[in-house]
Design a protein around this ligand. Structure first.
Ligand SMILES: Nc1ncnc2c1ncn2[C@@H]1O[C@H](COP(=O)(O)OP(=O)(O)OP(=O)(O)O)[C@@H](O)[C@H]1O
Length: 269
C-alpha cells in the first residue's frame, strides 16, 4: 500500500483520465497485449468499478493509474497531471494486505506517517485511532496483524490507505480473498466510508453483485486484448443496502452485465 499527501483534483477535469492507453508486456520472445485503447474518465468523488474476468487487464489499468507501470501507448492523468510515477494524493489497497507482522495494528496504520514531522505525526495518530474506531478495530490497536482475521487485516489496510486523506483510492480486488459474510460487511463499511469522505474510488472486482452494490458506474472489461466493452451507470438509490441485491432493479443491472459478458463469450461471478 502506498499513501502520500492529498492533492485536490484539477477543477473541471476528471480526477482520472485515460486516453488511448495500451500496454504490451514483453514475455520472452513474444509480446503480450494486455490493454488496448483504454478510454476512461473517473470523475472527482465517483466510485467506479472495473469488472471483468481474470487476466482481462484490470490490475494493469490500476497500476498505470498508480504510476507503478508505464503505458506503451496513450496518456494517463490524475488531477490534471500526467502520470509518470506515483501521483500525490493516492491511497492503494491490494487484494493481499501488506501489513507488517512485527508492528501493532496502530503502528501499521501509522506507516505512511513515518517521515512526517513530529507535530504532524501527533495529528495523524489521532486520525489513525479515529479510522480504526470507524471500522470497528478500536479495541485492536495494540494487537498484531497475526492476531486478526482476514477481514480485520483488510480493514486495517484500508485505514492505512486513508491515513493521509488521499483524494484518490485505488482498490485492487481488496475483498476477493474473504468469505461472503466478511465481504458483505466490508462492502457496507466501504459504502459508509465513501459516503462520509466522497473520495474518488477506482475499485477492481470479479463480482458483478459487488460492482453493482458499490458503484456509481461499472466499466465492464473484455479480455484478449484487455479493453472496456461497456460502461454501465448504476442508478440505485443511496444509502445502498445488502437487501437491495434482492430488488428487481438490481437484478436488471445484473442481467444486463451478464448479457454483455455472454456477448463477449466470457463470464464473471
Ligand atoms: N509483469 C507482467 N509481465 C508479463 N505479463 C503480465 C504482467 N502483468 C500482467 N501480465 C499479463 O497481462 C494480462 C493482464 O493481467 P492483469 O493482472 O492486469 O489482469 P487482471 O484482470 O487484473 O487479472 P486478475 O483478475 O486475475 O488479477 C494477463 O495476461 C497477465 O498474464
Amino acid at each position: 500500500m502506498h499513501a502520500v499527501q492529498a492533492a485536490p483534483a484539477s477543477a473541471g477535469l476528471p480526477h482520472v483520465r485515460m486516453r488511448g492507453v495500451g500496454k504490451v508486456y514483453q514475455t520472452g520472445t513474444t509480446d503480450l497485449v494486455a490493454l488496448t485503447n483504454i478510454q476512461l474518465d473517473v470523475q472527482d468523488g465517483e466510485f467506479l468499478s472495473l469488472l471483468g474476468p481474470s487476466g482481462c487487464g484490470k490490475s494493469t489499468v490500476l497500476r498505470c493509474v498508480a504510476g507503478l507501470e508505464s503505458t506503451t501507448t496513450g496518456d494517463v492523468s490524475v488531477g490534471g497531471q500526467p502520470v509518470d510515477g506515483p501521483p500525490s494524493g493516492l491511497g492503494v489497497v491490494f487484494q493481499r494486505d501488506v501489513l507488517l507482522d512485527w508492528r501493532t495494528v496502530l503502528q501499521n496504520v501509522m506507516l505512511p506517517a513515518e517521515f512526517e514531522p513530529a507535530e504532524r505525526q501527533v495529528a495523524l495518530r489521532s486520525k489513525a485511532l479515529y479510522l480504526l474506531q470507524m471500522v470497528g478495530l478500536g479495541a485492536y490497536c495494540d494487537r498484531y496483524p497475526w492476531e486478526l482475521s482476514g477481514g480485520m487485516r483488510q480493514r486495517a489496510s484500508i485505514c492505512r490507505a486513508l491515513l493521509t486523506d488521499p483524494q484518490l483510492l485505488l482498490m485492487d480486488e481488496p475483498f476477493g480473498a474473504l468469505d461472503e459474510f466478511t465481504r458483505d460487511q466490508l462492502n457496507l463499511d466501504l459504502l459508509r466510508i465513501w459516503a462520509e469522505t466522497r473520495k474518488t474510488v477506482l475499485f477492481i472486482t470479479h463480482s458483478i453483485a459487488e460492482a453493482i452494490l458499490l458503484s456509481t458506474r461499472v466499466a465492464v472489461m473484455a479480455p484478449n486484448p484487455g479493453r472496456i466493452a461497456e460502461i454501465v451507470e448504476i442508478d440505485l438509490p443511496r444509502p445502498r443496502t445488502l437487501a437491495m441485491r434482492d430488488t428487481p432493479e438490481f437484478a436488471s443491472y445484473s442481467a444486463h452485465i451478464r448479457s454483455v459478458f455472454e456477448r463477449l463469450g466470457t463470464g464473471a461471478r
